[in-house]
Design a protein around this ligand. Structure first.
Ligand code: SF4
Length: 356
């Protein structure tokens, strides 16, 4: 089904406007505080947060917070209209011991009071959301809660030993929005028991829950995890880079058309983590390859909606960096659409794509 059923071609089908994403990373806007494994009920089969955050897992909340406070205090207060977000990532924030969560919220309070921070988010599990804690978060200045949903599929959840069902995951999402907090949904394409079709169904389900943002973390195989053992035994096979690009490209296009930002398409580079990887879809430009695939799919849908051979495509300037994929691999597919390089223009001020 075309994602463009809602698009009314403008001016008697002379052009079609469509979303083409946004710049993927806005450096400096988010100040992260990593709390690897803290509050987690155990170590999930694929999780190597200590390596992923480059931080090890030997420290407690108080020690992590005292290490980040000086950096925060050096920030200059935000000017009018400027935004800076404090993000408590890693671990299970809503299951931290009460006293530890209070320390985090105290830090947030101080930073908000001094104008250095204007927003805040935390990440947690969908089965660790007591109403009293959600209320506490919203009262103490957290605006957005990201849930490590991973999948809504019961089989994938059970094979990955997540300890909750798809229904529980959905209930967790609703609990966040009902508490008046914005919702972020993290998915784990390629997790044990998943498939491209299951992942695309997960994305559709996620988009139906009115999230403020999504994150996709293609499943990798870090050393020292249960997944590494399953991989060695031959009972788990990660997705290839090609499978990941094709599937996440389709998923990203779905999110664009629903106008929901996808704020991550791959695990961030981290030398200690990369060194510990056994297998999985790792590529230095994975995010750009996925964006390129999504843009091509979006343009194909727009061409169908246009109902005639496209003559010109105008894109926001930031698309120029990824348009043709790895070493121009997508050029032939663009040409098949009738869009040779001379028919594609980039504009600084364009926020959406327009196909004529
Ligand atoms: S996946 Fe989430 S809940 Fe599981 S160990 Fe990692 S941080 Fe904790």
């Amino acid at each position: 089904m075309s994602h463009f059923s809602h698009v009314v071609p403008a001016e008697n089908a002379r052009c079609v406007h469509f979303p083409a994403g946004e710049r993927q990373y806005r450096a400096g806007r988010i100040f992260p505080v990593f709390l690897p494994f803290l509050g987690c009920p155990g170590q999930c089969v694929y999780c190597a947060q200590d390596r992923q955050t480059g931080q090890g897992n030997a420290r407690g909340t108080a020690s992590i917070l005292s290490a980040v406070r000086p950096g925060l205090e050096q920030l200059r207060p935000c000017g009018t209209g400027e935004e800076r977000e404090l993000a408590f990532y890693g671990g299970t924030f809503t299951a931290l011991p009460d006293a530890d969560r209070a320390l985090c919220l105290d830090l947030l309070h101080d930073m908000r009071q001094s104008g250095r921070i204007t927003h805040a988010r935390c990440s947690t599990r969908p089965d660790a959301l007591p109403p009293s804690v959600l209320k506490e978060l919203s009262l103490h200045g957290i605006d957005l809660v990201e849930l490590g949903i991973q999948s809504f599929d019961d089989k994938a959840l059970s094979l990955s030993r997540r300890g909750y069902t798809g229904k529980d995951a959905e209930a967790g999402c609703l609990a966040v929005t009902e508490a008046g907090l914005r919702l972020g949904i993290q998915l784990l394409p390629g997790m044990p028991g998943s498939s491209p079709d299951i992942f695309l169904a997960d994305v559709r389900k996620a988009l139906s829950l009115s999230p403020a943002c999504l994150r996709f973390y293609p499943c990798l195989v870090p050393e020292g995890t249960v997944l590494a053992r399953w991989y060695r035994e031959g009972s788990y096979r990660p997705w290839t880079v090609e499978e990941t690009v094709r599937t996440l490209g389709a998923a990203l296009n779905m999110a664009w058309q629903a106008r929901v930002p996808v704020i991550r398409l791959a695990v961030a580079p981290e030398p200690a983590f990369d060194k510990a990887l056994l297998a999985g879809p790792r590529h230095p430009a994975l995010g750009a390859l996925i964006q390129a695939e999504a843009l091509l799919l979006a343009a194909q849908d727009a061409a169908d909606a246009l109902g005639k051979k496209p003559e010109m495509l105008v894109l926001p300037r930031f698309c120029q960096g990824f348009l043709y994929g790895d070493k121009g691999a997508l050029k032939a597919r663009w040409r098949l659409l009738g869009l040779r390089p001379e028919r594609i223009r980039f504009e600084e001020t364009a926020h959406e794509a327009t196909l004529f």
